[in-house]
Ligand binder design. Sequence first.
Ligand code: 6GU
Length: 242
Amino acid sequence: MRLDVVTIFPGYFDALELSLLGKAKQRGLIDVHVHDLRDHAHDKHRTVDDTPAGGGAGMVMKPEPWGEALDGVLAESEAEPLIIFPSPAGEVFTQRMARELAEEPHLVFGCGRYEGIDQRVFDEYAARGRVRLVSIGDYILNGGEVATIAMVEAIARLVPGVVGNPESLVEESHEDGLLEYPSYTKPASWRSHDVPPVLLSGNHAAIAAWREEQSIERTRRVRPELLSREQRGESRARHAAE
Ligand code: 6GU
């Protein structure tokens, strides 16, 4: 999978050299190219922002550097890349979206700062190809860089070969729509907290049933909106009465 990132802070993406993703890069499973947007600003101060049309607070990213940077990335692409603009105004990133994006041969992330990017940049690339605005949740970050790192990590670990044991991918939180059950290791007793006896029983069916129950209970407590009506234990009659 090829990944291109356009940003005014390339240093954020040094984090992709670490751990599993760094190894995946070394092994050629993911090919990451980070581009400094300021290389496409040609005035003395390498300006990438300007005051908003119509007035108001903050600054808006100018279209010309974005156009030059993205044209360069697209010209080098052998696929039809999907361009993702991280934005709190976008659709919410989920494990389902990560699975979908892990199938793409080429993703381009355009990291905006300030109050955002001139709307014509989105319009231009949406007219020429595929563009998605994507948010990582309902809170505000200073720019798209941290959101991009989160998305790249979630997507890249689903690329075949990146995670050594693919079985470890299937039992995780969100893969089956539930939160993960609690995990334990040795010793069996630590500071008078015990590993639940069922996990030491050797009874694989009982262990699977306990984990399922723990997953549902945890989800009901923390994220009830993830459960279906049946899993929440609500009757049709109660819903009809609401
Ligand atoms: Cl993708 N960008 C910014 N700036 N803030 C966010 C976000 C993205 N997702 C959640 N908050």
